[in-house]
Write a protein that binds this ligand. Structure first.
Ligand code: SAM
Length: 191
């Protein structure tokens, strides 16, 4: 069985076990991942954070774009998906953490992310948890950092606009379902 099919089956199994937590039946398509990462400067980042890494569809592309001395901290709450990530990636720049994104600050210490990639299924998460995670995002970023958020609906757009000074949106239509991509920066929009 090829890697992509194996990943899809494992992802589907995770979805069947916990649909609200996984939030999608398929991993994000390669094209949507590329469209999303094109909205931030991954090659220039020293620290990249990934929330909800799943089977690694974004992790692999982030590592491919990152510089040799950069680091990626990837949080994933499902221990079976963490096992897959650890089997799949042996890159020393990657640290996989099995924990909820709401505890991100504990794993960052004094560091701040230059790029934060977030694929959490905000619309199906419990509302208080969703709010806690969303409200923690701006302070996880460095002053010039960007949070790249992928969703399957525009529902959290107003919440992102409340939390960030500059929110840009793209749609990646060649994903099942079409993906809404947000690039969020703390400062006001300048262009
Ligand atoms: C829509 S999937 C995205 C997976 C992968 N990044 C992709 O794009 O294919 C959402 C992922 O977020 C994880 N997740 C859900 N709630 C989480 C939380 N509170 N903290 C960390 N990960 C979480 C799920 O287990 C799942 O792997």
């Amino acid at each position: 069985m090829n890697q992509q099919l194996a990943d899809r089956l494992r992802f589907l199994r995770a979805f069947a076990t916990n649909p609200r937590q996984v939030g999608a039946i398929l991993p994000t398509s390669r094209l949507a991942v590329r469209d999303m990462l094109d909205m931030g400067d991954v090659p220039g980042a020293s620290l990249v954070v990934e929330l909800g890494a799943g089977t690694g569809s974004q992790t692999g592309e982030i590592l491919a774009r990152m510089g040799p001395d950069a680091r990626l901290v990837a949080l994933e709450i499902d221990p079976r998906l963490v096992e897959i990530l650890e089997e799949r990636f042996t890159d020393p720049r990657l640290q996989v953490v099995c924990d909820s994104a709401e505890n991100l600050a504990d794993h960052l210490g004094d560091e701040r992310a230059d790029v934060l990639v977030c694929a959490l299924p905000f619309t199906s998460l419990e509302p208080k948890l969703r709010r806690r995670i969303l409200e923690s995002l701006p302070s996880a970023l460095g002053p010039d950092g960007v949070a790249l958020v992928i969703q399957y609906s525009p529902l959290i757009q107003s919440e992102l606009r409340r939390l960030f000074g500059d929110v840009r949106r793209r749609i990646s239509p060649v994903n099942v379902p079409p993906a809404f991509l947000f690039a969020c920066r703390r400062g006001p929009r300048v262009d």
